[in-house]
Every structure is written in structure tokens, then in C-alpha cells.
Design a protein around this ligand. Structure first.
Ligand code: HEC
Length: 223
């Protein structure tokens, strides 16, 4: 008996079903995701997520090149799958829509340090981030995160006096009299990126905890 046609159909079916399951369906589910538009407590229209500014995008490249991903994740697991939300790493679980504007998704697999999904909200001060990057032990006693002094310039204080953007260093971290430490553009870019990491927005597929959910906000706005 000639099995040729049967074999052909079998192979065709196998390839077609895997293309359907691995390419077409994921593309329909994820490829079609767009930013969500909602109304906040104040009645203002909120579009989330939004594309990053150029400065923050350059910071994302630095984050990648400096290997921050080896110690920090950017994914909050749902309640019941771990203590991520209880630890304050995010107000809701992460969903695919959070990443639609990421050219390179930096989910991370190891958590030597805290998850950074929502660090821009948890810590919004640029000064804190700059000081922490220069030497994490200044802001976080006993931190094992490596210092990144190469993102800063140590220079002699000019005739005009200390720069306004010089780090405030004291005690064991103080630099010699007459010198100051100022952030290089790379440090500013990295901090812009960290401050752009915010996910406390209500989405239809992942609501914020009840008191902050978009539905409530909409109800309040209607009153
Ligand atoms: C060797 C592991 C390691 C690497 C590499 C590392 N970190 Fe950290 N990071 C930590 C640890 C541990 C902490 C917690 C202690 C602290 O706050 O310093 C931390 C804390 C942080 C925090 C504060 C988090 C919070 O919840 O307060 C930020 C922001 C941060 N790291 C950013 C970075 C960036 C940006 C890079 C890359 C330039 C980086 N880290 C590289 C280990 C690391």
C-alpha cells in the first residue's frame, strides 16, 4: 500500500497545528495588546502603559549592560504564587500588557535584591537613587549590592563653589576636602529608567486592590 499521501497529511497536520498553537494563537492573544485607557480618582484620563522617554530608554540599555538583571527581577507573581505583593514589590500581579513597549523584556530569574517592577513608585527620589547607585551602603546599611562609582565623576570643586548636583556624602563615605562627586549622564539615565518603573495602574485583566480599583474610581467620579 502507498503510505505517501497519509505521511504527507500527517506531517502537514503536525506542522500546521504547531504553527497554530505556537505562532498564531500567541500572536492573537499578545500581539494585539494595546495601552489601556481609564479614568482615575480625579476624573482624569489615564493611558497605561506609555512609551519611555529617550533618557529612560538609554537607562534601560545601561540596566541591561551593567547586569542589574542578574540580581533583580521585574515580574510580580499573583497572590497565592509567592509573597511578592505582601513584600510590597507591586500592588497587583504583572501581566503581558505591562511590557508592550519594552524592546527587551528584562524579567530576570534571580532575586538577590528586591524586585524592581514598581521601584519608581516605591522610591521616587532621584537623589536617593543616585546616592544608592554610588554606594548602596550609604542608603541601605550593610547592602551587598555592588557600588557603581564609575557612573560618577570625582572632581575638584571649582572656583564657583560646589555643584548643585553634587552628592551629599558624609562620614565614612565623605570625599577629601575640596573635592565633590557628581553624576555622569549615564547615572542620570539609569535613574530616569528606575523612576519610570511604575505599574500601579488598574487594568481590566489585573485590578488594583479594591480601594484603589479603577471601577471604584469611576464610581466616585460619577457621584
Ligand atoms: C550582586 C547583586 C546585585 C546587583 C548586580 C545589583 N543589585 Fe541592586 N540590590 C541588590 C540588593 C541585595 C539590594 C537590597 C539592599 C539595598 O537596598 O541596597 C538591592 C537594592 C536595589 C534597589 C533598591 C530596591 C528597593 O526596593 O529599595 C535598587 C533601585 C537597585 N538595587 C538597583 C540596581 C541597579 C540599577 C543595578 C545595576 C546597575 C543593580 N541594582 C545591581 C543586589 C544587586
Amino acid at each position: 500500500m502507498n503510505y505517501g499521501p497519509l505521511l504527507f497529511l500527517g506531517i502537514l497536520f503536525t506542522l500546521a497545528s504547531s504553527w497554530f498553537g505556537l505562532v498564531l494563537m500567541p500572536n492573537r492573544q499578545l500581539g494585539a495588546l494595546v495601552a489601556n485607557t481609564s479614568t482615575n480618582d480625579a476624573g482624569a484620563v489615564v493611558v497605561y502603559p506609555q512609551a519611555r522617554s529617550g533618557q529612560a530608554q538609554q537607562g534601560a540599555e545601561l540596566y541591561r549592560s551593567l547586569g542589574c538583571i542578574y540580581c533583580h527581577s521585574q515580574q510580580v507573581r499573583p497572590e497565592g504564587f509567592g509573597a511578592d505583593i505582601a513584600r510590597g514589590w507591586g500592588k497587583r500581579r504583572s501581566v503581558s500588557r505591562d511590557y508592550i513597549y519594552e524592546p527587551t523584556v528584562m524579567l530576570g530569574t534571580s532575586r538577590t535584591g528586591p524586585d524592581l517592577t514598581n521601584i519608581g513608585e516605591r522610591q521616587s527620589s532621584a537623589e536617593w537613587h543616585l546616592t544608592h547607585l554610588y554606594d548602596p551602603r550609604i542608603t541601605s546599611k550593610g547592602s551587598i549590592m555592588p557600588p557603581h562609582p564609575f557612573l560618577f565623576e570625582k572632581r575638584r570643586i571649582g572656583a564657583g563653589g560646589a555643584s548643585t548636583n553634587a552628592l551629599k556624602l558624609s562620614g565614612a563615605f565623605a570625599v577629601a576636602a575640596g573635592f565633590e562627586v557628581v553624576p555622569r549622564p549615564e547615572a542620570r539615565q539609569l535613574v530616569e529608567y528606575l523612576r519610570s518603573l511604575k505599574t500601579s495602574f488598574d487594568l481590566p485583566e489585573a485590578h488594583l486592590p479594591k480601594k484603589e480599583s479603577g471601577d471604584d474610581a469611576n464610581a466616585k467620579a460619577a457621584k
